[in-house]
Design a protein. Structure first.
Ligand SMILES: [Zn+2]
Length: 341
């Protein structure tokens, strides 16, 4: 573990050094870019993954950020003489089935919570990010959109005593559900898991940082389609393309109207595995779906919970019925098209 940490730190140093040399240039090595989640060219305490004491020690000007020049020169020197370390910086990848790895080799503290092998405590689910964040959606002026009724992380309203893994958006039967961003279909299910009808018909998309403009890998899971979508794993989808019709497949009992159940996961790794017929991103964690529309960090549930309510409002980007966008530069949109008032 110690060795692993050192390697990671060295990798950061290698990258940090080149950042120092080429400050602000595009094409910054991926490792630093992923750690520097808000892309401001420095590592905040929240972004730092190494030991806290080291952060404090290196933060020479005590501003709460590690700038490249604050990395110890001796270590920068050492990192230069360690060519194998540069291999830790993964090449820029695109989304797709080439990122599928063996389920057993998926790394990360939350893989059990994400894979739903059963018996996961609420505490473990919360540790994986599944908790009520308090984020509230604001739709564009003059728009008429389908909003969330059951939020992410609340007590699930179904038969089991667990937490709600996504946000529910009720809409009329067969309303088209659309892709929230460019991406690749990595999983499709007719709702049968282990020979048992469960979960409902669903599709999972993987979105690369280039697809969304966000500094992490994003997974969007859409569930309860009225008909099994025609999409197949490996196919590319464009933002706004129709994935399938809204429905209520896999919804227990009769107590719920048709709705989209939307689950979102993020990760710094491109790799994902399949465990128990569920997509499990390596180092993955859950986020509250509307949090994806925040224009600045944090996005993680635990950090969002600490913000005052007025900072937890998010302005959602939408596609209108005519295909127009509420914000033309949007790379992520609401999963239902909106009408205009
Ligand atoms: Zn749901």
């Amino acid at each position: 573990m110690k060795n692993f940490n050192q390697k990671i730190i060295l990798a950061i140093l290698v990258v940090g050094q080149s950042v120092f040399a080429q400050a602000q240039e595009v094409g910054l090595p991926e490792r630093f870019r992923m750690m520097d989640r808000d892309g401001d060219g420095r590592i905040s305490r929240a972004e730092w993954k190494g030991p806290v004491e080291r952060f404090e020690q290196w933060d020479a000007n005590k501003d709460g950020f590690l700038e490249p020049k604050e990395f110890p020169p001796a270590l920068r020197q050492q990192s230069k003489e360690e060519p194998s370390v540069t291999k830790q910086v993964s090449p820029v990848k695109s989304a797709g089935m080439s990122n599928l790895i063996e389920g057993g080799s998926v790394k990360g503290p939350h893989r059990r919570a994400i894979g739903f092998p059963g018996g996961i405590s609420k505490e473990d689910l919360r540790a994986a990010g599944m908790d009520v964040s308090g984020v509230a959606t604001v739709f564009p002026d003059g728009s008429k959109c389908f909003g969330i009724d059951h939020v992410f992380g609340e007590q699930w309203q179904g038969p089991a005593d667990t937490l709600h893994s996504g946000a529910d958006i009720p809409a009329p039967l067969d309303t088209p559900i659309i892709a929230m961003a460019n991406g690749v279909v990595i999983f499709k299910s007719d709702g049968m898991v282990g020979g048992r009808k469960s979960r409902g018909t669903q599709i999972v998309l993987q979105h690369s940082p280039a697809d969304t403009g966000l500094p992490f890998w994003l997974y969007t899971l859409y569930s309860h389609f009225n008909k099994v979508p025609v999409w197949e794993p490996g196919q590319h989808v464009k933002m706004g393309e129709v994935l399938g019709p809204n429905g209520r497949s896999g919804v227990p009992g009769n107590r719920r109207e048709p709705h989209l159940h939307l689950t979102m996961l993020i990760s710094d790794s491109a790799s994902f595995g399949m465990i128990n017929e569920t997509v499990v991103p390596e180092f993955g964690r859950f986020i509250d779906p509307p949090a994806i529309f925040r224009d600045k960090p944090p996005i993680d549930t635990a950090e969002l919970k600490k913000l005052p309510a007025d900072q937890r409002k998010v302005h959602v980007a939408v596609m209108y019925e005519d295909g127009g966008l509420s914000a033309p530069s949007s790379k992520v949109i609401w999963p239902f098209r909106c009408g205009k008032r």
